[in-house]
Design a protein around this ligand. Structure first.
Ligand code: GLN
Length: 487
């Protein structure tokens, strides 16, 4: 029933002519259909477009055969624009929005032979850590249906974990790829700031947002990154730094030195997460990797810093949803003037968490509070980046758990935003400092809930981050375990 091929297996089968792209695509669509009622990983399944695309690949097999993602079904977080395909960011305000253009990362996937099967559920405008802030209802964790899959890219993580697709894209502003990857037992990579073009990504916090892949293995994530990375004239923040062959680089095993900021790990971590983390370090040490203690003195204030910067930028980015330019407009109702129309549109179109962040963001940017909050946060952000620079003079990657807890129950934290924000304590620093970071499975709780190992690297050194993750993965069997929902 479920879709089990890896990227490599799929493209090889297609290349040899053993399987047609349309059969592979049907298999993914069947797996989606079977599991959607229990998981709700998707906002939109683009069945006809996907099958049409698959048939086009079949008609020209020799042309596509050697492409890195030939015939590979891929799911996209619903904040990535695809021309002609509804793109909602899981918000009422964009419920009927159909973009007239396609995100560069998505164009590159298709140019590499991928088949887009649909758009996945997420927290509204990528604001959240559980996918419960979606206007269209939550996604469930394939390992335990009464639990959240993490967020905000929870639908993409659940779709890959449940073997609906081998690959998905998400976006990560403060952990939204890595945390759901950890909670769903798969690999999730946030590239360096500027590594992947954001053209066509619905902006949340522009100095933090990055697009990145979810996959079951590090190698597949590396293949996907190689496809989507690189300069783009349509995004002036995209870097011209050359794109290495990330997947080929995995064959080498460089000398590795890992730094662990033990002080950060003193409190607030579930015992089972802490012991899985220590176990992962033992495995690495036992395989010849050097592990040293480091300090990241300012990481302790990364959460407040992040929530000032992110909400400030969000309040500016979301100003465009005014009922005129995109999506939903309130029927004029009681109001008679333009300001009233804006207010009603936004009152009806945005959910509670988005409103909370817009209010907080405009507050920290306001004349009276700018210096005390926004400016201060930017200064602390610099200190956080410098901590990492110092650490990377001694070590190649920094390791922590990805999330302080395993997946929590649906509804458990919905009424307590501060508690929800703490889910990001180990992930937001990489965004604030612009660094690449990956989450790779490193164990399970006694309730069979996945746990993730988080590795952060130097700017544009995705190669090292992936190398350490790949090396670790090779010493363990976590990546081969499937959740009950997919079995
Ligand atoms: N959970 C964080 C937030 O709510 C991160 C979200 C993200 O990375 N998009 O802002």
């Amino acid at each position: 029933m479920s879709f089990l091929g890896t990227v490599r297996e799929i493209r090889e089968a297609f290349r040899r002519g053993d399987r047609r792209a349309s059969d592979i695509c049907e298999e993914a669509l069947t797996a989606i259909e079977a599991q959607e009622p229990s998981l709700h990983a998707f906002n939109t399944v683009a069945r006809d477009r996907a099958l049409e695309r698959a048939r086009a690949l079949d008609r020209e097999r020799s042309r596509w055969a050697d492409h890195p993602l030939a015939a590979v079904p891929v799911a996209l977080k619903d904040n990535l624009s695809v021309r002609g395909m509804r793109t909602t960011a899981s918000s009422r305000i964009l419920e009927q929005y159909v973009p007239p253009f396609t995100a560069t990362a998505v164009e590159r996937l298709e140019a590499a032979g991928a088949i887009i099967v649909g758009k996945t559920n997420c927290d509204e405008f990528a604001m959240g850590s559980s996918t419960e802030n979606s206007a269209f209802g939550p996604t469930r964790n394939p390992w335990a249906l009464d639990r959240i899959p993490g967020g905000s890219s929870g639908g993409s993580a659940a779709a890959v974990a449940a073997r609906m697709v081998p690959l998905a894209l998400g976006s990560d502003t403060g952990g939204s790829i890595r945390q759901p990857a950890a909670l769903c037992g798969i690999v999730g990579l946030k590239p360096s700031y500027g590594r992947v073009s954001r053209y066509g990504l619905l902006a949340y916090a522009s100095s933090l947002d990055q697009i990145g892949p979810f996959a079951r293995t590090v190698e597949e994530a590396a293949i996907a990154l190689g496809v989507i990375a690189g300069a783009d004239l349509k995004d002036s923040t995209s870097s011209r730094e050359p794109v290495p062959d990330y997947a080929a680089a995995l064959i080498e095993r460089p000398a590795m030195c890992i730094g662990v900021p033990w002080k950060l790990l003193d409190e607030g971590i579930e015992p089972e997460v802490a012991s899985a983390f220590r176990g992962a370090l033992e495995v690495l040490r036992g395989s010849g990797v050097t592990i040293v203690d480091i300090e990241l003195p300012h990481a302790a204030v990364a959460i407040p810093t992040y929530y000032l910067v992110a909400t400030a930028e969000a309040s500016a980015n979301l100003a465009r949803y005014d009922g005129v330019r995109f999506g939903y407009r309130s029927p004029f109702g009681g109001s008679t003037d333009l300001a009233g129309m804006y207010a009603q549109t936004r009152a009806q179109g945005f959910g509670a968490e988005v409103k909370r962040r817009i209010v907080l963001g405009t507050y920290v940017l306001s004349a009276g509070y700018y210096d005390a909050y926004y400016l201060k946060a930017q200064q602390v952000r610099t200190l956080i980046r410098r901590d990492y620079e110092r650490a990377f003079a001694r070590v190649d990657v920094v390791a922590t758990p990805t999330s302080p807890t395993a997946a929590f129950k649906l509804g458990e934290r919905s009424s307590d935003p501060l508690q929800m924000y703490l889910a990001d304590v180990f992930t937001v620093s990489a965004n604030l400092a612009g660094l690449p970071a990956v989450s790779v499975p490193c164990g399970f709780t006694t309730d069979r809930l996945p746990i993730g190992l988080h590795l952060t690297g130097r700017p544009f050194d995705e190669t090292m981050v992936l190398a350490v993750a790949h090396h670790y993965e090779g010493q363990t069997t976590w990546a081969r375990q499937a959740p009950p929902a997919a079995a």
